[in-house]
Design a protein around this ligand. Structure first.
Ligand code: GLP
Length: 251
């Protein structure tokens, strides 16, 4: 028997982000007070943007410091240099890192330009770095239309680790507008695996809007299956979904 993660449904995404950001600020402060850095797993996509804006607001208000925060991003497109505007390196600088006091050496994002013959070693080193940091205290997630977390497309095993993945046609279609057309969307990425993500001590998945309602319902109440990698969260002891009213409307 598994017990589904709680669905916390808020009036709107702003309220959800305020709540979770306050919780995260408290978590970082208490971990730092225990004498070690807080290790955060971070996500990209449109969904976390208002959450990062709230973290920046808390930082500017003096309520959250990233000075002793270490981060690991979920994924990066293969073939995109860090400076490409659609790379997740660029995204993270733009939406969070450029606005807070995180030391550059504390930031980890897979390298999308790694040559094929070094890819496996790069992925293994990413896993080693997470372990060396003490594991992830808090993992932030969005959810793709295919039910993916990170870029763990349908078929990604429960125990998968950081590796090269092929993007689902639906995922590439969803990314096409920001890349200026499907032809420009990378076909592959490097992604933490489901197993990597599920080892995080606490997990928060964010989803906004009617367009996510059906997949949120499937992930939370459907069978636990590798066809919907977010369904694996049902087996995590401390995962929660933070939803706006629309994303929670099918529950
Ligand atoms: C991409 C990212 C995921 C993200 C998903 C949904 O596939 N790799 O981490 O959850 O997009 O994106 P959005 O938040 O824009 O709906």
């Amino acid at each position: 028997m598994t017990e589904s993660p709680p669905a916390r449904i808020f009036a709107d995404s702003a309220e959800a982000c305020r709540t979770l950001a306050a919780e995260l600020a408290g978590l970082v402060a208490s971990i730092n007070a225990s004498g070690r850095p807080a290790v955060l797993g971070l996500a990209t996509g449109r969904t976390p943007i208002p959450f990062y804006a709230e973290l920046i607001r808390l930082h500017r208000a003096g309520e959250l410091s990233f000075a002793r925060v270490v981060t690991f991003n979920l994924d990066e497109y293969l073939g995109l240099p860090a400076g490409h505007p659609e790379s997740y390196h660029s995204f993270m600088r733009r939406e969070l890192f450029d606005h807070v006091d995180i030391p550059a050496e504390n930031v980890h994002i897979p390298d999308g330009t790694i040559p094929p013959d070094q890819l496996d070693a790069h992925c293994a080193a990413y896993e080693d770095a997470i372990r060396a940091a003490g594991g992830i205290d808090f993992q932030l997630l969005g959810i793709g239309r295919t039910g993916h977390i990170g870029f763990n497309e349908p078929g990604s095993p429960r125990d998968s680790r950081t590796r090269k993945v092929e993007l689902d046609p639906i995922t590439r279609q969803d990314a096409a507008p920001s890349f200026g057309g499907l032809d420009h969307v990378p076909t592959h990425a490097i992604s933490m695996g489901c197993g990597t993500i599920l080892e995080a001590r606490r997990i928060a998945l964010l989803a906004w809007g009617k367009g996510k309602a059906a997949i949120v319902k499937e992930a939370l109440t459907g069978p636990v299956t590798d066809r919907v990698s977010a369904s694996f969260l049902q087996e995590h002891p401390d995962a929660a979904f933070y939803l706006d009213a629309e994303a929670g409307s099918d529950l």
